[in-house]
Design a protein around this ligand. Structure first.
Ligand SMILES: NC(=O)c1ccc[n+]([C@@H]2O[C@H](COP(=O)([O-])OP(=O)(O)OC[C@H]3O[C@@H](n4cnc5c(N)ncnc54)[C@H](OP(=O)(O)O)[C@@H]3O)[C@@H](O)[C@H]2O)c1
Length: 247
């Protein structure tokens, strides 16, 4: 079946790979991204699968409602929506300057809720579809390395938990994609280790789950048992491990 799909934050490395998979599958896409040049390049790359696009800063006043309205107008209705944008930012800067902490909270939490309000209401009224949001394993436990970003993603995880239980009776699948570290522009300056994944691998898992049952999906799946252990560690133990509690 040819689905009608809106991708918010489409120019992210991960979302771009998801778009390629969906276009190959024959789906019709509406893309929202902040950077007009990157968005135009992606639209050109995807060809006729793209029904429309909109360049928009999703933290701007009214952007969430505007983006959802544009996608719905272009596609008629939405079968699937994926919210992918995010900002890791500079943790040390957030400890000095609330303006940067606020930018991280607005990007990873407020602007996502601004999209989810109209999306959830539309999907609820139609009685079906898949709503996916990319969060992070950073939301599972506060770490000195990224706790401002982690706090925003943790709040988003809780929001999505509630939304999933609100919408399940209407047949709407809400997917929380808890990504581990991915080799993308977001982690350009980070030292890579064996548990890093790649945008194509992560995109394959996201595209697969968007056809299945809603829930919390760890991507890649090996993060589920790892995070089970990390969450269970008492703080006094956690703080002794530099690879967990270090900067
Ligand atoms: N990479 C990782 O290790 C990792 C781990 C866990 C979770 N994640 C999550 O995965 C998702 C995709 O990230 P990625 O790895 O693909 O990184 P990325 O390539 O850096 O993508 C981040 C995207 O977010 C967009 N964005 C940021 N602020 C925005 C705003 N105000 N309005 C609209 N778009 C905005 C950026 O737009 P511009 O192109 O205009 O900058 C960029 O396209 C994010 O939600 C991220 O938090 C990533």
């Amino acid at each position: 079946m040819r689905r009608r799909i809106a991708i918010f934050g489409a120019t992210s490395a991960v979302a771009g790979e998801v778009c390629k998979r969906l276009a190959t599958h024959g789906d019709r896409l509406f893309l929202v991204g902040r950077n007009p040049d990157k968005l135009a390049a992606l639209v050109a790359d995807l060809g006729p699968a793209v029904a429309g696009s909109l360049a928009l800063d999703l933290t701007a006043e009214g952007a969430g409602a505007q983006a959802v309205a544009a996608a719905t107008a272009a596609l008629g209705h939405l079968d699937v929506a994926l919210v992918a944008h995010g900002l890791l930012g500079d943790q040390l800067e957030t400890e000095r300057d609330f303006a940067h902490a606020d930018e991280i909270l607005r990007t990873n939490l407020d602007s996502v809720i601004a999209l989810l309000i109209p999306l959830a209401n539309d999907f609820e009224a139609r009685g079906g579809g898949h709503l996916g949001v990319i969060t992070s394993v950073a939301g599972e436990r506060g770490r000195p390395r990224n706790y401002t970003y982690g706090a925003a993603k943790a709040a988003l995880n809780t929001y999505l938990q509630g939304l999933r239980s609100r919408l399940w009776a209407r047949g709407v699948a809400v997917h929380t994609f808890k990504l581990g570290p991915v080799d993308s522009p977001m982690t350009e300056s980070h030292a890579k280790h064996a548990l890093f994944s790649t945008p194509p691998a992560v995109a394959a898992a996201i595209a697969h789950h968007l056809e299945g049952r809603g829930g919390e999906h760890y991507v890649p799946a090996y993060w589920r048992p790892i995070l089970g252990v990390v969450r269970a560690l008492p703080e006094a133990v956690f703080q002794r491990f530099g690879f967990l509690a270090g900067r």
